[in-house]
Unconditional design. Structure first.
Length: 188
């Protein structure tokens, strides 16, 4: 696997290296020693999958607050997505900044998202399936989110949005979410 740091500290674009022959290919997509060598948490407590029927679907932007803050390793296993992360660590020099990467079944790229980041994606194809390895179990009481169209963050989605859940469409702005995050840190 090839690990490339992104512009947002602690996150990595990871490329699986294919070994090809007449049968097809073989690739390693997770190895604890490789992750630990790059200072990346290898803890996995939950795996999840989302299937998205329609091109242009947006899911996100999601995160969990402490003590259920989670790391994510995201891979698109069918179709293609633009995977996006937003730095929501209040003391970070890149707070409120975002970056996006195309993940597809073809390119086999993965995105490692550390704690303190919101995550979401837009499908670039119909029938896109996304696999997640999570460093924490889902806790509804600690789940939060950021509006996908927050003007301060200004994510540049590549396609017109075709589908979004009611919950995701009603997520708070960056300013509202920051107050919630800082209040949680103060209580900790």
């Amino acid at each position: 696997m090839l690990f490339t740091k992104t512009s947002l500290e602690g996150s990595f674009l990871i490329q699986a290296e294919r070994i090809e022959d007449n049968r097809g290919y073989f690739a390693t997509t997770f190895a604890v020693p490789d992750f630990e060598a790059h200072g990346i948490s290898s803890r996995v407590l939950q795996t999840s999958t989302s299937f998205n029927k329609q091109k242009g679907t947006v899911r996100g932007m999601h995160l969990q607050l402490a003590p259920y803050a989670e790391t994510k390793l995201v891979r698109c296993i069918a179709g293609a997505i633009l995977d996006v992360l937003v730095d929501l660590r209040p003391n970070s020099a890149t707070f409120g900044k975002w970056e996006g990467f195309e993940l597809s079944a073809q390119n086999m790229n993965m995105l490692y998202i550390p704690e303190g980041f919101a995550h979401g994606f837009q499908t670039l194809t119909d029938n896109a399936e996304v696999a997640y390895m999570l460093g924490q179990v889902y806790s509804p009481a600690h789940a939060r989110g950021l509006r996908h169209d927050d003007e301060t963050v200004a994510i540049k989605w590549p396609l017109p949005m075709s589908v979004i859940s009611k919950r995701d469409a009603e997520l708070p702005s960056l300013a509202e979410l920051r107050k919630d995050i800082e209040a949680t840190l103060t209580r900790a």
